[in-house]
Write a protein that binds this ligand. Structure first.
Ligand SMILES: NC(=O)c1ccc[n+]([C@@H]2O[C@H](COP(=O)([O-])OP(=O)(O)OC[C@H]3O[C@@H](n4cnc5c(N)ncnc54)[C@H](OP(=O)(O)O)[C@@H]3O)[C@@H](O)[C@H]2O)c1
Length: 250
């Protein structure tokens, strides 16, 4: 058995991914920032299905907490094979002319710095040059990195653009070390995130607007998780540095 770490797995896409990875036979570390009860519910659901999981609190925007998170994984008697960098945040819809430095720092601290730090710690454990057995990293970016999120959250879109560059660059750095680095870029998915952006009904509003989503509907977290789990699997053994758009054609 090997370990899989999913950041931000207490809810949404991370939760669906953790459950599917457990079904594939990984022992899953369910990371969360503050919602311990939801994380424990994910762990309980995995165990009810006969899988293995445990919850680990850590704010990935804080370097000391990221280090402690990976040290917790080191206590397991099995190697880390999969890292899913899923934790991500956005704030209320606004225009660039209204944006504050404090907001920018918070978005980039989680979405960019946090993802970088988790990659750093994972590479030190997975890389063959560090005595590891290789592994797979999947960064959950967004269609916003291509589209820009104008009038809503260009800061968030830019943070996802930085994640895309990280995916490409790191994939080249560690390809010879047995680590594959890929990305899934979701479109409009039914999760709590849109409430954080100030519009809980955003996915339904957009889905009802002709032409915005070619498939004419929002996506489910499980549909994104399928792509993540496939990129993590041996079925994707010759694939690195690439992006799967899970966005209904958008
Ligand atoms: N939903 C969409 O339409 C959509 C579209 C494109 C891309 N995405 C991306 O998909 C990923 C997951 O989104 P989602 O919609 O599933 O989000 P969500 O429902 O809002 O869940 C966010 C998760 O991330 C965790 N989290 C947030 N900040 C964290 C931090 N600093 N450290 C550790 N965990 C943290 C939360 O933990 P707590 O529960 O403890 O707060 C929660 O588990 C994000 O990267 C997002 O940008 C989503």
């Amino acid at each position: 058995m090997t370990l899989a770490l999913v950041t931000g797995a207490s809810r949404g896409i991370g939760r669906a991914t953790a459950i599917k990875l457990a079904q594939q036979g990984y022992r899953v570390a369910v990371n969360y920032r503050q919602r311990a009860e939801e994380a424990q519910q994910v762990v309980a659901q995995i165990r009810e299905q006969g899988g293995e999981a445990f919850a680990v609190q850590a704010d990935i925007a804080d370097e000391a907490q990221v280090v402690a998170l990976f040290q917790r994984l080191d206590q397991e008697s099995m190697p880390l094979a999969v890292l899913v960098n899923n934790a991500g945040i956005l704030f209320t819809q606004c225009r660039v002319e209204e944006i504050s430095a404090e907001r920018l720092q918070r978005v980039f601290a989680t979405n960019v710095t946090g993802t970088f730090l988790c990659c750093r710690e994972a590479v030190k454990r997975m890389g063959k040059h560090h005595g590891g057995a290789g592994g797979a990293i999947i960064n959950v970016s967004s269609a916003a990195s291509r589209l820009g999120a104008a009038g809503e959250y260009v800061d968030y879109a830019a943070s996802k653009g930085a994640m895309d560059s990280l995916t490409k660059g790191l994939s080249l750095e560690v390809a010879a070390q047995g680590i594959r680095v890929n990305s899934v870029r979701p479109g409009f998915i039914y999760t709590d995130m849109h409430a954080d952006g100030g519009e809980p009904g955003r996915v339904d509003r957009v889905a009802a607007t002709a032409g915005v989503i070619p498939m004419g509907r929002g996506g489910e977290a499980e549909e994104v998780a399928e792509a993540i789990v496939w990129l993590a699997s041996e079925a994707a053994s010759y694939i690195t540095g690439t992006f799967i758009d899970a966005a209904g054609g958008r």
